[in-house]
Design a protein around this ligand. Structure first.
Ligand code: GUN
Length: 284
């Protein structure tokens, strides 16, 4: 069987071009505030990518790089200030935060109208109800890739490995909203292979290199690799991509799969929040 490569990088470029064209043609000025606390190396790279993408599509960015010694109170004050800043449409607190800071309290403090990451409990609750006008960027990027490649979800067996609030849980909900049958595996799942081998669409978001090997995948399955980690000096995903060639019918590569789509969806969410706040119709 030929294994199709689902090119997230190319799709992200297309999405970003549409965002840029919309901003230019309508004369919009969306703004994104990003808060990065400390110097987690992966977070620094992600935040830099977000900054570059803002610049390239014409979103004004307000980056707050703060030392790991920043207090919870200082962060709450900053979020409160950004909640009231008319130039800011979206507020993102890069996770994970350094030890001692309470991410939940900070995410709860973001005005839901500026919840660009979709992590606020109100936004999450709306997602559960099937209202997905704003949804978390990584799962949204996964769904967009599946749509682009016309991979149907209705009635499909979907297995997700990794039950984080950022990816696994919202992705499960989005799959249910499309009428897929969803199994969500996590760290306490006794034997993930029992589940993964049944999956028609297998999504993995664990950060464990090469977790998803050939023996765990049903022939013809679509594999969505959401993990990202460093292994022997290389950036790799959760899937043993080489081992899956000829087994999976399609796979997202790492790098160049879900990662670029996460950033593109962040740009899209920023533009959507800007349009909602200003009562602007986005005709797409
Ligand atoms: N850390 C890893 N992924 C994400 C994300 O999508 N948003 C935020 N805020 N932090 C992250």
């Amino acid at each position: 069987m030929e294994t199709r490569i689902l090119d997230g990088r190319a799709l992200a470029q297309k999405v970003n071009q549409r965002i840029k064209a919309t901003i230019e043609s309508k004369g919009l000025s969306p703004g994104l505030a990003v808060i990065l606390v400390g110097e987690d190396p992966a977070s620094c790279i992600y935040v830099q990518k977000k900054e570059e993408c803002c610049e390239s599509v014409g979103i004004r960015s307000f980056f707050h790089r703060l030392p790991a010694t920043t207090t919870q109170k200082e962060l709450l004050n900053l979020v409160e200030r950004l909640n009231h800043d008319p130039l800011v449409d979206g507020i993102l607190v890069q996770l994970p935060l350094p030890e001692g800071l309470d991410a939940t309290e900070l995410l709860d403090a973001i005005d839901p109208a500026k919840d660009v990451d979709g992590f606020h409990p109100i936004t999450m609750g709306r997602l559960v109800e099937g209202r997905e006008d704003i949804s978390p960027c990584t799962p949204k990027g996964v769904m967009r890739i599946l749509d682009e490649y016309q991979i149907p979800l209705e009635g499909k067996e979907v297995v997700i490995v990794g039950a984080s609030n950022i990816v696994g849980k919202p992705l499960a909900m989005m799959m249910v909203n499309r009428m897929a049958t969803v199994t969500l595996c996590h760290i306490k799942t006794k034997d993930i292979s029992v589940h993964t081998k049944r999956a028609e669409i297998l999504c993995s978001a664990t950060g464990v290199p090469h977790l998803i090997k050939r023996e765990l995948v049903m022939p013809g399955a679509v594999v969505i690799d959401i993990g990202i980690s460093r292994w022997k000096g290389r950036t790799v995903g959760d899937a043993d991509t080489e081992g899956l060639m000829g087994v999976a019918s399609a796979i997202t590569p790492v790098p160049g799969g879900v990662g670029p789509m996460t950033v593109a969806m962040l740009m899209e969410n920023t533009l959507i929040l800007h349009a909602l706040r200003h009562g602007i119709e986005l005709d797409w």
